[in-house]
Design a protein around this ligand. Structure first.
Ligand code: SAM
Length: 281
């Protein structure tokens, strides 16, 4: 349909977003990169025609993949982001003054350069924060080779197609576990279970073999179509035992303004409906 972006990530479900103005449409070395404007969601970035981030609803996704592990951990100083080229994940991680060092491994410099120019509100200055250390590389290679240790590792990748596929493998998860400091937490973008259930089951099977605490938590992001999105959670620590009082105290001390995350939402996000619980191995 002319004037509409049709996302066909799923075999028998498509999402259409009206394109008021196409700002950019080109191939990088890794993927097709487009940005267009939509009346409801503002500027939208797609990679290979799959929605990656929108100005309108990215806060939900980025708040839940950062504040949940960081506040549950309680003393996260070193954070690793795999992917995240739009800078939104770094933006939210860096809101935590307690975080001293953020390593970001992004495979496509075009996404970073491009997001800084066309979607500056997503990164909101994160790329200029001295605590952020960005490397352009394949996250799977980095994870295999790094000797660094991290309190929180966030996999903010595309879906398991194209360059993102390696980030959904048992090998990658095993290397990620090795890169966690004691009590560290691995969280992952794990798709929309209603339409990508097998992706969640596969990740959870790998997490169950690697971590004493392996589960997922949920949040609904309007432009990740098909219902709630799952975030993989793996740790050998006790971070999921954090209490509401502890979270309230930590959230207040962090002094972070949020539009989705609250300590109550944090705890509730781990309550899984039957159809998601049945996807857990
Ligand atoms: N929020 C989006 C989602 O849930 O699908 C993810 C957004 S972010 C833009 C995804 C990033 O992962 C992209 O910048 C992409 O270039 C990056 N990426 C994909 N495969 C990668 C890999 N193997 N190593 C590092 N970054 C990768």
């Amino acid at each position: 349909m002319k004037g509409w972006s049709i996302e066909t990530l799923h075999a028998d479900h498509a999402q259409a977003l009206r394109e008021d103005r196409v700002l950019y449409d080109s191939e990088t070395d890794h993927q097709r990169l487009r940005v267009f404007e939509n009346p409801t969601f503002g500027r939208i970035l797609t990679l290979d025609d799959v929605v990656q981030v929108t100005e309108g609803d990215n806060f939900i996704y980025h708040e839940m993949l950062t504040h949940v592990p960081i506040l549950a951990h309680g003393a996260a100083r070193r954070v690793l982001i795999i992917g995240g080229g739009d800078g939104g994940m770094a933006r939210e991680v860096l809101r935590h003054a307690s975080v001293e060092h953020v390593t970001m491994i992004e495979i496509d410099a075009g996404v970073v350069d491009f997001s800084r120019q066309y979607l500056p509100g997503i990164s909101a200055g994160a790329f200029d924060d001295p605590r952020l250390h960005l490397t352009i590389a394949d996250g799977a290679d980095y994870m295999r080779e790094t000797a660094e240790r991290f309190d929180v590792i966030i996999v903010d990748s595309t879906d398991p197609v194209g360059p993102g596929e390696v980030l959904f493998t048992d090998t990658f998860y095993g290397h990620a576990r090795r890169a966690l400091a004691p009590g560290g937490i691995l969280v992952t973008q794990n798709g929309v279970p209603f339409l990508q259930g097998e992706e969640l089951t596969n990740t959870m099977r790998a997490f169950r073999a690697l971590f004493s605490d392996a589960t997922c938590y949920l949040a609904t992001v309007p432009t990740y179509a098909g219902g709630p999105m799952a975030f993989g959670w793996g740790t050998d620590g006790s971070a999921r035992q954090v209490t509401l009082t502890q979270l309230r105290d930590r959230f207040a001390a962090a002094g972070i303004a949020s539009d989705y995350y609250t300590p109550e939402v944090h705890l509730a996000a781990f309550a899984l409906p039957g159809y998601v619980a049945r996807l857990m191995p």
